[in-house]
Design a protein around this ligand. Structure first.
Ligand code: 5GP
Ligand code: ZN
Length: 115
């Protein structure tokens, strides 16, 4: 279920290198190319789903559990003060890469992330 013309399929499956912070059989999390804050990461399934509307329940459950696990790790390791989970679906909502992904954005007191 990999799409030849999808950049996140290639990153998730290791065909394009990325700054990976987590990997298992079904998901990869890696640093965003254009980070809103220090440690901004993207969590993506290895299978291709365009967005939340297409995501199956198993991946949806796993994504939120991983967001909790990785967010907790970020708090410990980066010392962030907060965390934004952001997930855009469809062009109208600001989605630019059409492979489901969840933004994990560590927040620091007085950071100036324009989110
Ligand atoms: P969206 O607007 O679709 O929710 O977010 C797409 C995100 O993917 C953006 O934050 C953008 O910086 C990031 N991004 C786009 N292409 C690449 C890439 O090739 N590598 C990485 N690491 N991040 C990317
Ligand atoms: Zn894809």
């Amino acid at each position: 279920m990999r799409h030849d013309d999808c950049i996140f399929c290639k990153i998730a499956n290791g065909e394009i290198p990325s700054a990976t912070i987590y990997e298992d059989d079904d998901f990869r999390a890696f640093l965003d190319l254009n980070p809103a804050t220090r440690g901004h990461a993207l969590l993506v399934p290895k299978d291709h789903f365009a967005n939340l509307f297409e995501l199956d329940e198993e991946h949806a459950q796993k994504a939120i559990l991983l967001a909790k696990k990785l967010g907790t790790r970020m708090k410990k390791e980066l010392g962030c003060d907060g965390l934004n989970l952001i997930q855009n679906n469809g062009e109208a909502a600001g989605q630019t890469v059409f492979h489901f992904h969840m933004h994990l954005i560590p927040r620091y007191r007085d950071d100036e992330a324009g989110i």
